[in-house]
Design a protein around this ligand. Structure first.
Ligand code: BGP
Length: 458
């Protein structure tokens, strides 16, 4: 094989509870997505809400068999906090315990290692009602929830993640209006990011006290490429990197926030409120394993104008974006396809983050109107095969260069409900008909089965 991967490489896909389980009333407490959809359905593409999914809650047994068929040796799911503990704190829902137990047992019975994430954007509504991550009390509620999950499932689950893309609720909920509670306030955004990090650290601390597997965090890393080597462009790209990558990466892996970030925030009176003991907590509880989600880089240039001093301060006070011509996915949003980004991320982790043990926890190609490619009942997604292959080639190169990468998970297993864009972009190895719940493997699923079996490709 031209591209063969290390032994026991993790081949699989990733999913999340809110996007795939289905929100069956009565056996799940409400989270912010249920609430937002109920109160503002027009915000959601085609007015489709979080209850219309591929119903993993019902079909998980058959879906796990499908995973096996297409070569998965690992699979990431998330626990819905509001399903396990409907009020966010208090009573544990025994029906949820049974469900997650059975999912985990089925996965293990098929020799698919469960990777379990505790939080995928789905704050229980009752906790959002007291301020969500703005309120320090929610950190303790989260830590309790994490401890309950570790105690219930930790005997069998050996790979845990505290958060998926914690920067996204910060951006979406507090800067750019695409997540609940859709406030625009940079200072609050920073407080929320900081509290999320404290919650992460507390969960890692508890995990390391009582459990024997690995725990990490999943970050969407977006390499910030400067437009030129001009100092102003370099400075702009560096600030962008500090805000969107290093704000989580550094404390998670190194146990410290970057000085430059602290200085920048201090200059603009944006530092978060802290409590005694926080620094010690951040320093001591480092992760064992880093999940990297990679979709697209950021192309950054210096600002041409000074920001209007009367406008509220935003990250874009410090830099501007520009577009690279070329291939795009996710049409309406235009995500740049740049495969080498995956390599650059890994080299950075090798050189500046102690070569932390990592894996690609999400990478994938969102395609609009994918039925266009339907032939004889199957979606012929050669473009997705190409996309995965090109990313894997760069990942392979990173491994050859000594990077400590352990696996590759595609986003996602079955086309899923995606936040505000519902079913606009399809990412799955399988397509699903939401009405009949019928699943159909795409061409890429068969291809993936082959490469997983051979542990590589030509
Ligand atoms: C990541 C999230 C996923 C998923 C994916 C694709 O940021 O972890 O939940 O949704 O992006 O993005 P989208 O569905 O918005 O196209």
């Amino acid at each position: 094989l031209n591209y063969s991967f290390p032994e026991n490489f993790w081949w699989g896909s990733a999913s999340s509870a809110p996007q795939s389980e289905g929100s069956h009333n009565g056996i799940k407490g409400r989270d912010i997505w249920d609430h937002w959809y109920q109160t503002e359905p027009n915000r959601f593409f085609d007015q489709i809400g979080p209850s219309q999914t591929s119903d993993f809650f019902i079909h998980y047994r058959q879906d796990i068999e499908r995973m096996k068929r297409i070569g998965h040796n690992s699979f990431r799911l998330s626990i819905s906090w509001a399903r396990l503990i409907p009020g966010g704190t208090g009573e544990v829902n025994q029906e949820a315990v049974q469900f997650y137990n059975d999912v985990i047992n089925q996965l293990l019975a098929h020799k698919i290692e469960p990777f379990v994430n505790l939080f995928h954007f789905d704050m229980p509504l009752e906790l959002q009602n007291i301020g969500g991550w703005e309120n320090r009390k929610v950190i303790d509620a989260y830590t309790k929830y994490a401890e309950i999950a570790f105690n219930l499932f930790g005997d069998r689950v050996k790979k845990w993640f505290t958060f998926n893309e914690p920067i996204v609720p910060v951006e979406g909920g507090y800067l750019y209006d695409f997540h609940y509670p859709n406030i625009i306030d940079f200072k609050k955004a920073i407080q929320v990011a900081y509290h999320t990090m404290i919650a992460h650290k507390q969960a890692v601390q508890i995990y390391h006290k009582n459990q024997d597997g690995e725990i990490g965090i999943i970050l969407n890393l977006t390499p910030s490429y400067p437009r030129s080597q001009h100092p102003a462009d370099l400075k702009a790209a560096n600030i962008c990197d500090l805000i969107f990558n290093r704000s989580f990466l550094d404390p998670a892996v190194k146990g410290t926030y970057p000085h430059e970030l602290i200085e920048l925030l201090a200059d603009y009176d944006l530092l978060p409120e802290t409590e005694p003991g926080d620094n010690q907590l951040i320093e001591s509880n480092k992760i064992d394993l880093l999940g990297v989600n990679y979709y697209q880089p950021r192309r950054v240039k210096a600002k041409e104008d000074l920001p209007n001093p009367d406008s509220p301060i935003m990250p874009e006070w410090f830099f501007s974006y520009y577009e690279m011509p070329g291939r795009k996915m996710n049409m309406y949003r235009g995500w740049e396809i740049y495969e080498k980004g995956i390599y650059d991320i890994m080299i950075n982790l090798r050189d500046n983050y102690d070569n932390i043990r990592s894996f690609i926890s999400e990478n994938g190609m969102g395609v609009q109107d994918e039925e266009r490619f339907l032939k004889n009942g199957q979606i012929e997604d050669d473009y997705r095969i190409e996309f995965i292959k090109e990313h894997l080639k760069w990942l392979h190169k990173a491994i050859e260069a000594g990077c400590n990468v352990r696996g590759y998970h595609l986003w996602t297993f079955i086309d899923n409900w995606s936040w505000m864009n519902a079913y606009k972009n399809r990412y799955g190895f399988y397509s699903v008909n939401i009405k009949t719940q019928e699943r159909t493997a795409k061409k890429s699923a068969y291809w993936f089965a082959e490469i997983a079996k051979q542990n590589g490709f030509n």
